[in-house]
Design a binder for this molecule. Sequence first.
Ligand SMILES: Cc1cc2nc3c(=O)[nH]c(=O)nc-3n(C[C@H](O)[C@H](O)[C@H](O)COP(=O)(O)OP(=O)(O)OC[C@H]3O[C@@H](n4cnc5c(N)ncnc54)[C@H](O)[C@@H]3O)c2cc1C
Length: 288
Amino acid sequence: MKPPKFRYHAPSSQAEALDLLNAYGDEAVVLSGGQSLIPMLNLRLARPAEVIDLGSVGGMDLIVTEPDAVSVGARVTHRQMEADPDIARHLPMARDAAGFIGFRAIRNRGTVGGSVAHADPSAEWPVVLLALDGSVDLRSKSGARCLGGDDFFQTVFTTGRQADELVVSVRFASRFADNWGFSEFQRRTGDFAVVVAAVACAAGSGGIGEARVALAGVADRPVRCPEAEEALIATEDPQAVAEVARDAFDPVGDSHGSTAHRKQLVYAQVLRAAGEALARRDKGRPDG
Ligand SMILES: Cc1cc2nc3c(=O)[nH]c(=O)nc-3n(C[C@H](O)[C@H](O)[C@H](O)COP(=O)(O)OP(=O)(O)OC[C@H]3O[C@@H](n4cnc5c(N)ncnc54)[C@H](O)[C@@H]3O)c2cc1C
């Protein structure tokens, strides 16, 4: 299929892109890596009047290490996340998660900002963002703001981004670099995940002080599971955590699996991710 007619804009700066978004609002869409938008245009699932291509906007593909976080420019590709040494050092969960996204050709072009803006409930970046206490930096002609994952992801393909706002970067906390686990089930290599579990924890006095258990494939958006987080802190037992997570959701069944099958997948992925997080924590202990 061919896309519907639209006007194409290729701004050469972020300011120019923001001017265009301000002028056209919800008649415009932003084009980043095109790995979701181009198929949607071709299938005529999107019919924008204006397309604003970020391809010539410089400075949006930087990975910047901050004292407690790593800021990832919206146009950083999935492949950059897989290969960058700072990501491997400070956000190893993100490096591993990137390798599950589609195929190499998709990862070469698709971007972190594009993925979070698209908000597919099965995508990897949104669930990693929740697990790593991440946030999304938004900018419009009139100002800037930052939304945490819980506020940003609203429902299927819907976020807290306003029509005149650009996702400029995504920030992930780096305090979980030694205590994390990531596990996903996909039917075939390259397919979207059916269920993803991402677990991160940080030490407190005498045990785990902070735990984050995030899931994709169980709801209309990526979600945290507070019951499983409490169980991880209280028991430090992956099996107990997995049982709690399995019982916390009743995912809607579809062609990829019934409700019962998805619940079993939640159990299996959380068991593995929580087990990995605890094993990493134990390895890092002086007596580990
Ligand atoms: C065969 C195939 C397999 C795939 N498998 C996976 C997978 O397993 N896991 C996964 O997570 N993804 C998968 N994807 C999707 C891929 O990761 C996309 O790269 C991603 O969803 C969107 O990123 P993009 O840069 O290509 O964005 P685009 O396609 O350019 O844009 C996507 C949406 O985000 C908006 N947008 C983009 N950038 C911005 C911005 N900076 N500010 C505001 N809005 C913006 C666009 O307007 C559009 O609505 C797959 C895609 C294909 C074609």
